[in-house]
Write a protein that binds this ligand. Structure first.
Ligand code: XUL
Length: 490
Protein backbone atom coordinates (compact mmCIF):
# COMPACT_ATOMS: atom_id res chain seq x y z
CA UNK A 1 0.00 0.00 0.00
CA UNK A 2 1.40 3.39 -0.93
CA UNK A 3 2.17 5.60 2.07
CA UNK A 4 0.58 9.04 2.21
CA UNK A 5 2.94 11.78 1.00
CA UNK A 6 4.53 13.72 3.84
CA UNK A 7 2.61 16.77 5.02
CA UNK A 8 3.92 20.31 4.64
CA UNK A 9 3.38 23.34 6.87
CA UNK A 10 3.62 26.95 5.72
CA UNK A 11 4.79 29.94 7.74
CA UNK A 12 4.33 33.46 6.34
CA UNK A 13 5.92 36.65 7.63
CA UNK A 14 4.30 39.94 6.62
CA UNK A 15 7.21 42.06 7.82
CA UNK A 16 7.98 45.72 7.20
CA UNK A 17 10.12 45.33 4.09
CA UNK A 18 9.01 42.05 2.59
CA UNK A 19 6.66 39.10 2.61
CA UNK A 20 8.42 35.81 3.29
CA UNK A 21 7.31 32.19 3.29
CA UNK A 22 9.01 29.08 4.66
CA UNK A 23 7.73 25.55 4.10
CA UNK A 24 8.71 22.80 6.55
CA UNK A 25 8.00 19.09 6.61
CA UNK A 26 7.04 16.96 9.61
CA UNK A 27 10.71 16.66 10.62
CA UNK A 28 10.87 20.49 10.76
CA UNK A 29 13.21 20.51 7.74
CA UNK A 30 12.94 23.63 5.59
CA UNK A 31 11.97 22.47 2.13
CA UNK A 32 11.05 25.72 0.38
CA UNK A 33 11.62 29.45 0.95
CA UNK A 34 10.41 32.42 -1.03
CA UNK A 35 9.95 36.14 -0.62
CA UNK A 36 8.64 39.33 -2.23
CA UNK A 37 10.52 42.56 -1.55
CA UNK A 38 8.02 45.44 -1.46
CA UNK A 39 10.28 48.26 -2.73
CA UNK A 40 11.87 46.24 -5.52
CA UNK A 41 9.08 43.99 -6.71
CA UNK A 42 6.14 46.32 -6.15
CA UNK A 43 7.64 49.70 -7.15
CA UNK A 44 4.21 51.07 -8.11
CA UNK A 45 3.50 51.61 -4.38
CA UNK A 46 6.60 53.84 -4.05
CA UNK A 47 7.60 52.64 -0.61
CA UNK A 48 11.00 53.00 0.96
CA UNK A 49 11.81 50.08 3.21
CA UNK A 50 8.18 49.01 2.74
CA UNK A 51 6.70 52.20 4.19
CA UNK A 52 5.74 55.75 3.26
CA UNK A 53 6.91 58.44 5.64
CA UNK A 54 4.50 61.39 5.51
CA UNK A 55 5.39 65.09 5.42
CA UNK A 56 5.07 65.52 9.19
CA UNK A 57 7.84 62.83 9.55
CA UNK A 58 5.74 61.28 12.31
CA UNK A 59 3.05 59.52 10.30
CA UNK A 60 4.26 56.27 8.74
CA UNK A 61 2.00 54.01 6.69
CA UNK A 62 2.05 51.13 4.21
CA UNK A 63 -0.47 50.59 1.39
CA UNK A 64 -2.71 47.69 2.36
CA UNK A 65 -3.08 46.62 -1.30
CA UNK A 66 0.70 46.26 -1.52
CA UNK A 67 0.60 43.55 1.13
CA UNK A 68 -2.23 41.80 -0.75
CA UNK A 69 -0.47 42.03 -4.11
CA UNK A 70 2.65 40.60 -2.47
CA UNK A 71 0.59 37.57 -1.39
CA UNK A 72 -0.64 37.10 -4.98
CA UNK A 73 2.97 37.26 -6.13
CA UNK A 74 4.47 34.89 -3.59
CA UNK A 75 1.83 32.21 -4.21
CA UNK A 76 2.32 32.60 -7.99
CA UNK A 77 6.09 32.20 -7.52
CA UNK A 78 5.57 29.03 -5.48
CA UNK A 79 3.15 27.65 -8.06
CA UNK A 80 5.51 28.31 -10.96
CA UNK A 81 8.34 26.60 -9.06
CA UNK A 82 6.18 23.47 -9.01
CA UNK A 83 5.30 23.59 -5.31
CA UNK A 84 2.58 21.08 -4.45
CA UNK A 85 0.02 23.00 -2.37
CA UNK A 86 -2.17 19.92 -1.91
CA UNK A 87 0.34 18.57 0.65
CA UNK A 88 -0.02 21.56 2.96
CA UNK A 89 -1.77 20.44 6.13
CA UNK A 90 -1.73 23.76 7.98
CA UNK A 91 -0.43 27.29 7.67
CA UNK A 92 0.17 30.18 10.01
CA UNK A 93 1.92 33.50 9.88
CA UNK A 94 3.36 36.57 11.52
CA UNK A 95 2.83 40.26 10.93
CA UNK A 96 4.78 43.32 11.95
CA UNK A 97 3.30 44.25 15.32
CA UNK A 98 0.90 47.15 16.00
CA UNK A 99 -0.02 47.95 12.33
CA UNK A 100 -3.75 48.06 11.60
CA UNK A 101 -6.09 47.40 8.68
CA UNK A 102 -9.55 48.96 8.29
CA UNK A 103 -12.18 46.94 6.39
CA UNK A 104 -15.07 48.79 4.77
CA UNK A 105 -18.73 48.08 5.39
CA UNK A 106 -19.60 45.06 3.23
CA UNK A 107 -16.02 43.81 2.85
CA UNK A 108 -16.74 40.52 4.62
CA UNK A 109 -19.14 39.51 1.84
CA UNK A 110 -16.48 40.12 -0.79
CA UNK A 111 -13.94 38.21 1.31
CA UNK A 112 -16.31 35.25 1.57
CA UNK A 113 -16.94 35.09 -2.18
CA UNK A 114 -13.52 35.55 -3.73
CA UNK A 115 -13.65 34.63 -7.45
CA UNK A 116 -10.74 32.23 -8.06
CA UNK A 117 -9.99 33.60 -11.57
CA UNK A 118 -9.12 37.06 -10.21
CA UNK A 119 -5.99 38.00 -8.21
CA UNK A 120 -6.70 38.98 -4.60
CA UNK A 121 -5.57 42.58 -4.99
CA UNK A 122 -8.21 43.10 -7.68
CA UNK A 123 -10.98 41.27 -5.88
CA UNK A 124 -10.33 43.21 -2.64
CA UNK A 125 -9.48 46.65 -4.01
CA UNK A 126 -12.60 48.37 -2.70
CA UNK A 127 -12.59 46.64 0.69
CA UNK A 128 -10.71 49.17 2.81
CA UNK A 129 -11.89 52.35 4.45
CA UNK A 130 -8.26 53.35 5.07
CA UNK A 131 -5.95 52.52 2.16
CA UNK A 132 -2.72 53.43 3.93
CA UNK A 133 -2.36 51.40 7.09
CA UNK A 134 -0.55 52.94 10.05
CA UNK A 135 2.48 50.80 10.96
CA UNK A 136 4.78 50.38 13.98
CA UNK A 137 7.15 53.14 12.84
CA UNK A 138 4.40 55.74 13.27
CA UNK A 139 4.84 58.14 16.17
CA UNK A 140 2.05 60.61 15.46
CA UNK A 141 -0.33 59.74 18.30
CA UNK A 142 1.20 61.52 21.30
CA UNK A 143 -2.08 63.25 22.06
CA UNK A 144 -4.06 60.00 22.01
CA UNK A 145 -1.48 58.35 24.30
CA UNK A 146 -1.88 61.06 26.93
CA UNK A 147 -5.69 60.82 26.78
CA UNK A 148 -5.61 57.03 27.12
CA UNK A 149 -3.36 57.10 30.19
CA UNK A 150 -5.45 59.82 31.74
CA UNK A 151 -8.73 58.00 31.04
CA UNK A 152 -7.66 54.79 32.78
CA UNK A 153 -6.10 56.50 35.80
CA UNK A 154 -2.46 56.95 34.81
CA UNK A 155 0.43 55.18 33.08
CA UNK A 156 0.93 52.63 35.87
CA UNK A 157 -2.73 51.62 35.72
CA UNK A 158 -2.50 51.15 31.95
CA UNK A 159 0.63 49.03 32.45
CA UNK A 160 -1.20 46.83 34.93
CA UNK A 161 -4.06 46.26 32.51
CA UNK A 162 -2.31 45.98 29.15
CA UNK A 163 1.36 45.21 29.99
CA UNK A 164 2.62 48.51 28.51
CA UNK A 165 2.15 52.20 29.11
CA UNK A 166 0.72 54.13 26.16
CA UNK A 167 2.98 53.95 23.11
CA UNK A 168 2.42 55.92 19.95
CA UNK A 169 2.73 52.90 17.68
CA UNK A 170 0.31 50.77 19.74
CA UNK A 171 -2.89 50.11 17.83
CA UNK A 172 -5.47 51.53 20.26
CA UNK A 173 -3.86 54.96 19.94
CA UNK A 174 -3.75 54.63 16.16
CA UNK A 175 -7.45 53.76 16.08
CA UNK A 176 -8.20 56.71 18.39
CA UNK A 177 -6.39 59.03 15.96
CA UNK A 178 -8.40 57.77 12.98
CA UNK A 179 -11.63 58.12 14.94
CA UNK A 180 -10.84 61.68 16.08
CA UNK A 181 -9.58 62.90 12.69
CA UNK A 182 -12.05 61.04 10.44
CA UNK A 183 -15.11 59.92 12.41
CA UNK A 184 -16.96 59.14 9.18
CA UNK A 185 -14.17 56.78 8.04
CA UNK A 186 -14.27 55.10 11.43
CA UNK A 187 -18.06 54.78 11.20
CA UNK A 188 -17.89 53.03 7.81
CA UNK A 189 -15.28 50.54 9.07
CA UNK A 190 -16.92 47.21 9.89
CA UNK A 191 -13.78 45.48 11.15
CA UNK A 192 -10.31 46.43 12.33
CA UNK A 193 -7.52 43.86 11.99
CA UNK A 194 -3.89 43.79 13.02
CA UNK A 195 -1.47 43.06 10.16
CA UNK A 196 -1.33 39.47 11.45
CA UNK A 197 -5.10 38.89 11.66
CA UNK A 198 -5.61 40.73 8.35
CA UNK A 199 -3.21 38.28 6.67
CA UNK A 200 -4.99 35.33 8.29
CA UNK A 201 -8.31 36.75 7.02
CA UNK A 202 -7.00 36.64 3.45
CA UNK A 203 -6.42 32.88 3.79
CA UNK A 204 -9.65 32.18 5.66
CA UNK A 205 -11.92 34.20 3.39
CA UNK A 206 -13.48 35.60 6.58
CA UNK A 207 -12.41 37.92 9.36
CA UNK A 208 -9.76 36.21 11.48
CA UNK A 209 -9.70 36.80 15.21
CA UNK A 210 -6.80 38.65 16.84
CA UNK A 211 -4.60 36.38 18.98
CA UNK A 212 -3.73 37.19 22.60
CA UNK A 213 -0.04 37.72 21.93
CA UNK A 214 -0.27 40.24 19.08
CA UNK A 215 -3.35 41.67 20.79
CA UNK A 216 -1.06 42.62 23.69
CA UNK A 217 0.60 45.25 21.46
CA UNK A 218 -2.53 47.39 21.22
CA UNK A 219 -2.87 49.01 24.68
CA UNK A 220 -6.37 47.47 24.64
CA UNK A 221 -6.14 43.87 25.85
CA UNK A 222 -6.35 42.92 29.51
CA UNK A 223 -3.33 40.61 29.41
CA UNK A 224 -4.29 38.52 32.46
CA UNK A 225 -8.01 38.21 31.70
CA UNK A 226 -7.43 37.87 27.93
CA UNK A 227 -10.40 40.10 27.14
CA UNK A 228 -10.59 43.62 25.76
CA UNK A 229 -10.46 46.18 28.56
CA UNK A 230 -13.65 48.24 28.35
CA UNK A 231 -11.89 51.21 30.00
CA UNK A 232 -9.27 51.22 27.22
CA UNK A 233 -11.78 50.59 24.41
CA UNK A 234 -14.01 53.41 25.60
CA UNK A 235 -11.07 55.80 25.82
CA UNK A 236 -10.09 55.12 22.19
CA UNK A 237 -13.30 55.04 20.14
CA UNK A 238 -17.02 54.15 20.45
CA UNK A 239 -18.28 50.72 19.41
CA UNK A 240 -14.74 49.37 19.18
CA UNK A 241 -15.35 45.94 20.71
CA UNK A 242 -17.60 44.91 17.81
CA UNK A 243 -15.06 46.09 15.24
CA UNK A 244 -12.23 44.08 16.86
CA UNK A 245 -13.98 40.72 17.36
CA UNK A 246 -13.23 38.39 20.27
CA UNK A 247 -9.52 37.62 20.80
CA UNK A 248 -8.36 33.99 20.68
CA UNK A 249 -5.52 31.86 22.06
CA UNK A 250 -2.46 31.91 19.82
CA UNK A 251 -2.69 28.24 18.88
CA UNK A 252 -6.35 28.42 17.84
CA UNK A 253 -7.29 26.80 14.54
CA UNK A 254 -9.37 29.48 12.86
CA UNK A 255 -10.78 27.25 10.12
CA UNK A 256 -9.81 25.84 6.72
CA UNK A 257 -8.44 27.80 3.77
CA UNK A 258 -10.98 29.55 1.61
CA UNK A 259 -12.13 27.68 -1.56
CA UNK A 260 -10.34 30.46 -3.48
CA UNK A 261 -6.94 28.84 -2.69
CA UNK A 262 -8.24 25.35 -3.42
CA UNK A 263 -9.38 26.36 -6.90
CA UNK A 264 -6.61 28.80 -7.78
CA UNK A 265 -3.55 27.03 -6.32
CA UNK A 266 -4.65 23.45 -5.61
CA UNK A 267 -4.63 23.70 -1.79
CA UNK A 268 -6.21 20.80 0.07
CA UNK A 269 -9.70 21.97 1.24
CA UNK A 270 -8.82 20.65 4.73
CA UNK A 271 -5.70 22.80 5.04
CA UNK A 272 -6.03 24.52 8.41
CA UNK A 273 -5.32 28.17 9.17
CA UNK A 274 -3.79 28.55 12.66
CA UNK A 275 -4.11 32.03 14.23
CA UNK A 276 -1.45 34.43 12.97
CA UNK A 277 0.52 36.46 15.52
CA UNK A 278 3.02 39.34 15.79
CA UNK A 279 6.55 39.00 14.45
CA UNK A 280 8.17 39.21 17.89
CA UNK A 281 6.01 36.48 19.44
CA UNK A 282 6.52 34.38 16.31
CA UNK A 283 10.30 34.84 16.65
CA UNK A 284 10.12 33.58 20.21
CA UNK A 285 8.48 30.45 18.82
CA UNK A 286 11.04 30.27 15.99
CA UNK A 287 13.94 30.38 18.42
CA UNK A 288 12.20 27.70 20.50
CA UNK A 289 12.64 29.76 23.64
CA UNK A 290 11.75 27.77 26.75
CA UNK A 291 10.86 28.88 30.28
CA UNK A 292 13.67 30.98 31.79
CA UNK A 293 15.43 31.51 28.45
CA UNK A 294 16.42 34.88 27.06
CA UNK A 295 16.95 35.88 23.46
CA UNK A 296 19.06 38.96 22.95
CA UNK A 297 19.61 40.76 19.70
CA UNK A 298 22.75 42.92 19.84
CA UNK A 299 22.14 45.15 16.87
CA UNK A 300 21.75 48.88 16.25
CA UNK A 301 19.47 48.74 19.24
CA UNK A 302 19.66 45.90 21.76
CA UNK A 303 16.41 43.94 22.12
CA UNK A 304 15.59 41.29 24.68
CA UNK A 305 12.83 38.67 24.60
CA UNK A 306 12.18 36.93 27.90
CA UNK A 307 9.99 34.00 28.83
CA UNK A 308 8.15 34.94 32.04
CA UNK A 309 5.78 32.98 34.26
CA UNK A 310 4.71 35.67 36.72
CA UNK A 311 5.03 39.09 35.12
CA UNK A 312 5.33 42.33 37.02
CA UNK A 313 4.40 44.90 34.39
CA UNK A 314 6.51 48.04 34.77
CA UNK A 315 6.58 51.45 33.12
CA UNK A 316 9.59 50.37 31.05
CA UNK A 317 9.28 47.50 28.61
CA UNK A 318 6.35 45.48 27.33
CA UNK A 319 4.66 42.38 28.69
CA UNK A 320 2.82 40.32 26.08
CA UNK A 321 0.84 37.10 26.39
CA UNK A 322 3.11 34.23 25.36
CA UNK A 323 2.53 32.79 21.89
CA UNK A 324 3.48 29.32 23.19
CA UNK A 325 1.46 28.83 26.35
CA UNK A 326 -1.78 30.52 27.44
CA UNK A 327 -0.66 31.03 31.05
CA UNK A 328 2.81 32.32 30.28
CA UNK A 329 4.05 35.72 29.16
CA UNK A 330 6.86 37.17 27.16
CA UNK A 331 8.60 40.46 27.84
CA UNK A 332 10.10 42.71 25.24
CA UNK A 333 12.78 45.23 26.22
CA UNK A 334 14.31 47.58 23.70
CA UNK A 335 17.46 49.67 24.37
CA UNK A 336 18.48 52.33 21.84
CA UNK A 337 22.14 52.61 22.91
CA UNK A 338 23.36 49.30 21.55
CA UNK A 339 25.93 48.85 18.81
CA UNK A 340 26.34 52.54 18.02
CA UNK A 341 27.47 53.23 21.59
CA UNK A 342 29.83 50.23 21.57
CA UNK A 343 31.27 51.35 18.23
CA UNK A 344 31.76 54.90 19.49
CA UNK A 345 33.86 53.73 22.46
CA UNK A 346 35.70 51.26 20.20
CA UNK A 347 36.60 54.12 17.86
CA UNK A 348 37.67 56.42 20.70
CA UNK A 349 39.65 53.91 22.75
CA UNK A 350 40.56 50.97 20.51
CA UNK A 351 41.48 52.65 17.20
CA UNK A 352 38.25 51.36 15.63
CA UNK A 353 39.39 47.74 16.03
CA UNK A 354 37.20 45.05 17.62
CA UNK A 355 40.33 42.97 18.17
CA UNK A 356 41.97 45.69 20.24
CA UNK A 357 38.65 46.35 22.02
CA UNK A 358 38.37 42.66 23.01
CA UNK A 359 42.01 42.49 24.13
CA UNK A 360 41.53 45.52 26.36
CA UNK A 361 38.25 44.10 27.67
CA UNK A 362 39.93 40.88 28.80
CA UNK A 363 42.75 42.78 30.53
CA UNK A 364 40.40 43.69 33.42
CA UNK A 365 38.66 41.22 35.79
CA UNK A 366 34.92 40.49 35.82
CA UNK A 367 33.33 43.04 38.16
CA UNK A 368 35.81 45.74 37.05
CA UNK A 369 37.16 46.13 40.62
CA UNK A 370 33.88 47.78 41.56
CA UNK A 371 33.87 50.44 38.84
CA UNK A 372 30.57 50.87 37.04
CA UNK A 373 29.51 53.01 34.08
CA UNK A 374 26.36 53.74 32.07
CA UNK A 375 26.78 55.07 28.56
CA UNK A 376 23.96 56.73 26.62
CA UNK A 377 24.95 58.51 23.46
CA UNK A 378 21.33 59.17 22.53
CA UNK A 379 18.31 59.54 24.83
CA UNK A 380 17.65 55.99 26.07
CA UNK A 381 14.21 54.36 26.09
CA UNK A 382 14.86 52.43 29.31
CA UNK A 383 15.60 54.46 31.45
CA UNK A 384 15.00 57.86 29.85
CA UNK A 385 18.51 59.27 30.33
CA UNK A 386 21.35 60.53 28.19
CA UNK A 387 25.10 61.02 28.75
CA UNK A 388 27.86 59.05 30.44
CA UNK A 389 27.69 58.26 34.15
CA UNK A 390 30.71 56.69 35.92
CA UNK A 391 31.00 55.48 39.53
CA UNK A 392 34.09 54.13 41.33
CA UNK A 393 34.15 51.28 43.85
CA UNK A 394 33.17 53.72 46.64
CA UNK A 395 30.10 54.73 44.62
CA UNK A 396 31.52 58.21 43.96
CA UNK A 397 30.65 59.79 40.65
CA UNK A 398 33.92 60.21 38.68
CA UNK A 399 34.61 62.15 35.46
CA UNK A 400 36.71 59.52 33.68
CA UNK A 401 38.14 55.99 33.76
CA UNK A 402 41.29 54.51 32.31
CA UNK A 403 40.73 53.04 28.85
CA UNK A 404 40.72 49.44 30.24
CA UNK A 405 38.20 50.24 32.97
CA UNK A 406 36.05 52.27 30.54
CA UNK A 407 35.69 49.43 28.04
CA UNK A 408 34.68 46.91 30.69
CA UNK A 409 32.39 49.44 32.40
CA UNK A 410 30.57 49.97 29.09
CA UNK A 411 29.93 46.29 28.39
CA UNK A 412 29.18 45.27 31.98
CA UNK A 413 26.96 48.34 32.43
CA UNK A 414 24.95 47.52 29.30
CA UNK A 415 24.33 43.93 30.40
CA UNK A 416 23.71 44.70 34.09
CA UNK A 417 21.04 47.16 33.06
CA UNK A 418 19.38 44.50 30.93
CA UNK A 419 19.38 42.04 33.84
CA UNK A 420 18.03 44.67 36.21
CA UNK A 421 15.14 45.62 33.93
CA UNK A 422 14.41 41.99 33.08
CA UNK A 423 14.13 41.15 36.78
CA UNK A 424 11.98 44.20 37.41
CA UNK A 425 9.48 42.75 34.90
CA UNK A 426 9.34 39.46 36.81
CA UNK A 427 12.01 37.54 34.91
CA UNK A 428 13.80 34.82 36.92
CA UNK A 429 17.05 33.10 35.96
CA UNK A 430 16.56 29.31 36.23
CA UNK A 431 19.20 26.55 36.38
CA UNK A 432 18.16 25.69 32.80
CA UNK A 433 18.40 29.27 31.51
CA UNK A 434 20.04 29.69 28.12
CA UNK A 435 20.87 33.01 26.52
CA UNK A 436 20.48 33.00 22.74
CA UNK A 437 22.44 35.86 21.22
CA UNK A 438 22.14 37.23 17.74
CA UNK A 439 23.10 40.38 15.81
CA UNK A 440 26.43 42.13 15.13
CA UNK A 441 28.02 42.01 18.60
CA UNK A 442 27.14 38.31 18.96
CA UNK A 443 30.23 37.59 16.83
CA UNK A 444 32.47 38.95 19.59
CA UNK A 445 33.27 36.15 22.08
CA UNK A 446 34.73 38.48 24.70
CA UNK A 447 31.54 40.56 24.78
CA UNK A 448 29.48 37.36 25.06
CA UNK A 449 31.66 36.20 27.99
CA UNK A 450 30.64 39.35 29.88
CA UNK A 451 26.99 38.65 29.01
CA UNK A 452 27.38 35.14 30.40
CA UNK A 453 29.11 36.43 33.58
CA UNK A 454 26.42 39.04 34.23
CA UNK A 455 23.52 36.57 33.87
CA UNK A 456 25.44 33.51 35.22
CA UNK A 457 24.12 31.50 32.29
CA UNK A 458 25.54 29.91 29.14
CA UNK A 459 25.33 31.96 25.94
CA UNK A 460 24.65 30.43 22.52
CA UNK A 461 24.72 32.27 19.23
CA UNK A 462 21.97 31.72 16.69
CA UNK A 463 20.98 33.06 13.31
CA UNK A 464 17.53 34.63 13.61
CA UNK A 465 17.17 36.22 10.18
CA UNK A 466 14.11 34.04 9.54
CA UNK A 467 12.95 33.33 13.06
CA UNK A 468 9.48 34.92 12.75
CA UNK A 469 8.78 33.04 9.52
CA UNK A 470 10.14 29.75 10.80
CA UNK A 471 8.30 30.27 14.08
CA UNK A 472 5.08 30.62 12.07
CA UNK A 473 5.67 27.31 10.34
CA UNK A 474 6.36 25.70 13.75
CA UNK A 475 3.15 27.24 15.06
CA UNK A 476 1.26 25.76 12.11
CA UNK A 477 2.48 22.28 13.15
CA UNK A 478 1.92 23.00 16.81
CA UNK A 479 -1.66 24.14 16.14
CA UNK A 480 -2.98 21.09 14.30
CA UNK A 481 -4.72 18.44 16.42
CA UNK A 482 -2.07 15.69 16.37
CA UNK A 483 1.24 17.51 16.44
CA UNK A 484 3.85 15.12 15.06
CA UNK A 485 6.57 16.51 17.29
CA UNK A 486 7.00 18.66 20.38
CA UNK A 487 8.68 21.79 19.18
CA UNK A 488 9.75 23.54 22.33
CA UNK A 489 11.36 22.57 25.57
CA UNK A 490 14.84 21.29 26.17
C1 XUL B 1 7.76 45.85 18.53
C2 XUL B 1 7.86 46.64 17.27
C3 XUL B 1 8.64 46.09 16.14
C4 XUL B 1 7.76 45.54 15.05
C5 XUL B 1 8.66 45.25 13.87
O1 XUL B 1 7.07 46.49 19.52
O2 XUL B 1 7.32 47.69 17.15
O3 XUL B 1 9.53 45.09 16.58
O4 XUL B 1 7.05 44.42 15.48
O5 XUL B 1 8.09 44.46 12.92
Amino acid sequence: MATAPEAYYLGFDFSTQQLKVIVIDEQLRVIHENHVNFDKELPEFRTQGGVNIHKDRLTVTSPVLMWIKALDMILAKMKSSGFNFSRVKALSGAGQQHGSVYWNDGASLILQNLPSDVPLHQALKSCFSVNNSPVWMDSSTGEQCSSLEEAVGGAQKLVEITGSRAYERFTGNQIAKIYSQNPEVYAQTERISLVSSFAASLFLGAYARIDYSDGSGMNLLHIREKTWSSACLDACAPGLEKKLGIPVPCSKILGSVSPYYVKRYGFNPNCKVVAFTGDNPASLAGMRLAEGDIAISLGTSDTLFLWIREPKPALDGHILCSPMETNAYMALLCFKNGSLMREKIRDELASGSWEEFSKTLTSTPAGNNGNIGFYYDVMEIIPEVVGIHRFDSQNNSVPSFSKEVEIRALIEGQFMLKRLHAEMLGYKILPTTRILATGGASHNKEILQVLSDVFSAPVYTIDTANSACLGSAYRAIHGVPTPPQKIHGT
